[in-house]
Design a binder for this molecule. Sequence first.
Ligand code: NDP
Length: 246
Amino acid sequence: MLEGKVALITGAGRGIGREIALTFAGYGADVIVNYNGSAQKAAEVVAEIESMGRRAAAVQCSVEDYEACGKMISDMIAMFGHIDILVNNAGITKDNLMIKMPEADFDAVIATNLKGTFNTIKHMYRPFLKQRSGRIINLSSVSGVLGNAGQANYAASKAGVIGLTKSMAKELASRNITVNALAPGYIETDMTEAMSGAAKEAILAQIPLKRAGSTKDIAEAAAFLASDKASYITGQVISVDGGMAI
Ligand code: NDP
């Protein structure tokens, strides 16, 4: 499904990003595994992809750093020849009710989740235009779709990702570049592991399908959007949330 494609996935050393990287490789893609702090885990993902017969490279870069994103992208295009798929997966939470939320925690979440998504798209813009093809998949969240008490910073960043996605889709459609967002619900990763037992129970009660999602649920949706099967889909926010946003 993704043979001959090269995918850059941010935050691919662990969690949803790792699963997207392995799933894409399983469908035939070569994969650039971006990480920020998880060097060892990123190296393990690269080794696993290479054992599947695909090319892979781990590259350290904080998506918050505009210049570093530019260098990562130009270095990786030099190494792989081209990049066909960009998955903006890197993300953080710093949850708190607004009354207790430090300004720094608002800024940090926006800087990674929203500005980080801008930073990579900005540097992929010209290469995609020149190729006259490309796929951009941005990780939003059910919190960005519905809002969530205790997540004003995170929900604002993820709603911002939706606005960015739709605007980019309109700008790039005439060049055969599609831009879509995935809005996961409650997926079992380190991010949700950090929640209290009571908070997890409260969320599970809101899921019509009555179970948490897996990283595979997100990775398969990402693979579909990255593939030629989704060539007529752009500017969409696909909820993969067990029905939470109904
Ligand atoms: P995890 O907390 O498990 O992993 C976060 C990932 O983001 C890590 O790979 C981390 O890299 C990377 N990352 C964080 N900051 C940076 C940075 N500055 N530069 C580069 N990479 C960075 O999160 P999930 O896998 O659960 O989430 C992945 C995405 O899905 C996020 O955007 C999240 O908001 C979204 N999402 C997740 C949901 C869930 O229920 N889990 C629900 C809705 C959306 P490293 O370890 O190398 O620092």
